[in-house]
Design a protein around this ligand. Sequence first.
Ligand code: ACO
Length: 428
Amino acid sequence: MSTAKLIYEGKEYEFPVVEGSEGEKGLVIGDLRAKTGLITLDPGYGNTGSCQSSICFIDGEKGILRYRGYPIEQVAERGRFTEVCYLLIYGKRPSVDELRAFREKMNRHTLLHEDMKKFYEGYPPGAHPMAIMAAMVASLSSFYPETPETLDTNIVRILAKSKTLAAFAYKKSVGQPMVYPHNSLSWPANFLRMMFAVPAEDYEVNPVLEEALNLLLILHADHEQNCSTSTMRMVGSSEANLFASISAAICGLWGPLHGGANQSVIEMLEAIIADGGDYKRFIDRVKSGESHIRLMGFGHRVYKNFDPRAKLLKQTCDRVFAKLGINDPLLELAKNIEEHALRDEYFVKRKLYPNVDFYSGIIYRAMGIPTEMFTVMFTLGRLPGWIAHWMEQRRDKESRIHRPRQIYTGETIREFEDRGTKQLPTGR
Ligand code: ACO
């Protein structure tokens, strides 16, 4: 094992360097404070490895993404979402028989407990479906407590029930009766049916949409230590149960700088059109730094060349729109913005490229999914990744409760004078 030396206040310290299977190197500084009195300071953890992981590999400079070693392009073209769930969570690609057994097991757990349906009645009209998802997933832990014996079934339960939870949230928002799962269908088709079927009317799942949703779910399935996955691990590190950890990860995903960006992209494109469609003027406003406006769906902490998921989604947009014979002015606008930004010095210099969220919302729109549901769609896709990381952490002998340190910049010690506040009547 190689080492690196640190010289501080005239003394020399040596620290081991670990190397990953793709040659990535990390300085092991677990005993830095004990040896030197120093901690590392890395706001936003841009240069901090929080764990060793064998689930997902990204090379941001080359635009590479692999799940358990398999290139995303191949998985997206040849895989099924349930297969990817198995691959990420159990670490190996299932045989055809294993996949069949896994899907059958999942199909036994798609229903919600009838008592959980009542929870939906309590939400106000217009409640954001991400708030509903986070609360409903946390509530699952009250119905299915976690023990070593139930954990594997709970994994299957959340993968199976998440689509039912999400579709019910949508049905609640439009005031339609909830549609129960139909387990002879594939995962994406079952979800689309629960979303869009209405009682007493025939509903055929469009295979173009089923295929597109399968791809979207696969492309979102994992992305190593992003904000929501790190939240999953952070909460999981305290040994919180699986559902509670996922609920926290859902909240981590919600923000517009992370999974919420897919909703923000559509809102941004709609606002540009409402404002006359002058996207160049909008980009100038972004560049001027005015009111901290950002070009949503652009930029990534890791990808500095291109996001392979965005590339695949752009192609999918074209394919889906051609097959459905539809035209969406937002797609045209998004393409114009991309083309313009990729030639613009501001974006080139900062290595800002379209990320996975730039085109995903446009496909969700074509499916008829409302904008507020987009981040829920991301949640459904990201579940297997979160679960895989949570499981890996549980098995990792080096894992400890996550507890970063800080550099304190507040007041030094001062007297808390007695002003008689304790004697004041209560309520004042
Ligand atoms: N539009 C305009 N400028 C941007 C953008 C953007 N979308 N993203 C980054 N920049 C600029 C920053 O202003 C900064 O410029 P400066 O050096 O002049 O100050 C520089 O590029 C670096 O940006 P940071 O914010 O330091 O990059 P960071 O890695 O912290 O953030 C992030 C990454 C959050 C994704 C950012 O690019 C962003 O806000 N993008 C828009 C939101 C978005 O699309 N999020 C989805 C990401 S993918 C996902 O989570 C699934």
